[in-house]
Write a protein that binds this ligand. Sequence first.
Ligand SMILES: Cc1cc2nc3c(=O)[nH]c(=O)nc-3n(C[C@H](O)[C@H](O)[C@H](O)COP(=O)(O)OP(=O)(O)OC[C@H]3O[C@@H](n4cnc5c(N)ncnc54)[C@H](O)[C@@H]3O)c2cc1C
Length: 468
Amino acid sequence: MLEPAYQADVVVVGAGVAGLSAAHRLTSAGVTTMVLEAAHGVGGRMATEKVDGFRLDRIGQLLSTAYPELRLTPGLGTLVLRPFAPGVLLYGDGRHHRAGVQAGTGGARGALHAVRALASAPRSPSAPRPPRRPVAVPGRQVSVPRSRSGAPLGTAVDQARLGAALTRLAGTPAERLLARPELPAGEALAARGLPARTIDGFLRPLLAALLCDPDLTTSSRCADLALRAFASGRLCLPEGGAEALPELLARMLPAGTVHTGVRVTSVATTSVTTAEHGEIRCRAVLVATDARAAAELLPGLRVPEFHPVTVVHHTTDEPPGTGASLLLDADLGGPVAHTAVVSQIDPSRAPAGRALVSSTVLGRPPGDVDTAVRMHLARLYGVSTARWETLGVYRTAEAVPAMRPPHDLRRPVRLLAGLYVCGDHRDTSTVQGALHSGHRASAAILADLGAGRSMHVADPVPTVPRAA
Ligand SMILES: Cc1cc2nc3c(=O)[nH]c(=O)nc-3n(C[C@H](O)[C@H](O)[C@H](O)COP(=O)(O)OP(=O)(O)OC[C@H]3O[C@@H](n4cnc5c(N)ncnc54)[C@H](O)[C@@H]3O)c2cc1C
């Protein structure tokens, strides 16, 4: 049991990546910190379930190597990121097309605009018979798009314009993007001077996947930041599952810092009350929960709308031939926004001889989501999915806070001296945003407390179990 009168300098409420990264910065500065987490493990939304040797993420995680906080957050130095194949693979007009390949990442020469049709997929949605040969041969160009329309990316000139636009975006400082006029992303795209085909065939499905927002109501500034990260980095997954990131942060904290199974019921500037251990006194409190829980603890804090996300995991012993690609549907012909054979990207996620296919459905899922997803996947991968085994279907109604315009990317993290808040709802609704909000909040706390030394004179470390 915790001593009711136990004191730490800072109590952090919530062991998601925002709270854990803030705790890391605080303890590194010599500030005694206690992280209280209501669940029985750390990680919050970045949870990974282990089922029969598979590692199943509740979230269809897409990280970017260009997320600055993955580099800047202390403790993440040994995080292994597994990259997707360069760019994305688009299914459109009955074929696969590789798009958005950066220079120097294994394909295009000198530009972002390499587009290659890798092979034909079956034409009829109702005839998902597997083709004799793989739908894509990694590293081998089979043909260039030959359809009259050049769908889904338009003509060679259209593609060159897209490449130039992405190259420009990659080189534009974030602050310049944040000074642009702000519109819903879908409306802003139309004003960019790009052909409708490029927008509908590539940018819409890509942005929907990156923002978890199928209707593109997100602020155009956030959309620009997401596209910039795409254009200047590589999409990737954490090796071992989404939980690898928060678990690494938790492991790097001093022993006894994280206490799981402790729900905070109220907060003040100098104490928190817990359901299990009564009051804990401290010099500052950082609320690092999701937006809804934060508003319960801090009445008056705004609760945003959320984008629901469903992730469906299948296994098969005959992996489709798309290699390590992220596959998007340019035709928007079904519920799946993006899918990948994730065991090809991160082999640790599936036992030997099995492939793990993870697919993400944005918005409200259809009634029989598994059947609808299987039918769509049969078309996207060009194989029969009838014998694929379903490993898990994870629905998260409040997955990602909506970032409609006007969206403040730097919501205040210091509410009062002694009371702070962080989490993805204070920044962008991404792992980058959550980590960055933790960065800002810990800086504000250290400034108020007087950085560099502990205010708290030793009390015994409480004997509640530490998170695994
Ligand atoms: C399905 C899905 C898909 C996503 N896809 C992507 C993606 O592709 N790319 C990307 O960058 N991001 C993605 N995200 C978003 C990303 O996962 C989140 O932005 C990030 O994990 C948020 O971290 P956090 O620390 O702010 O909050 P959380 O992870 O929500 O952590 C908050 C913690 O607070 C705890 N808590 C709540 N109330 C209390 C209380 N009263 N007392 C104690 N503890 C409490 C919770 O249990 C939780 O552990 C996705 C999220 C979901 C759900």
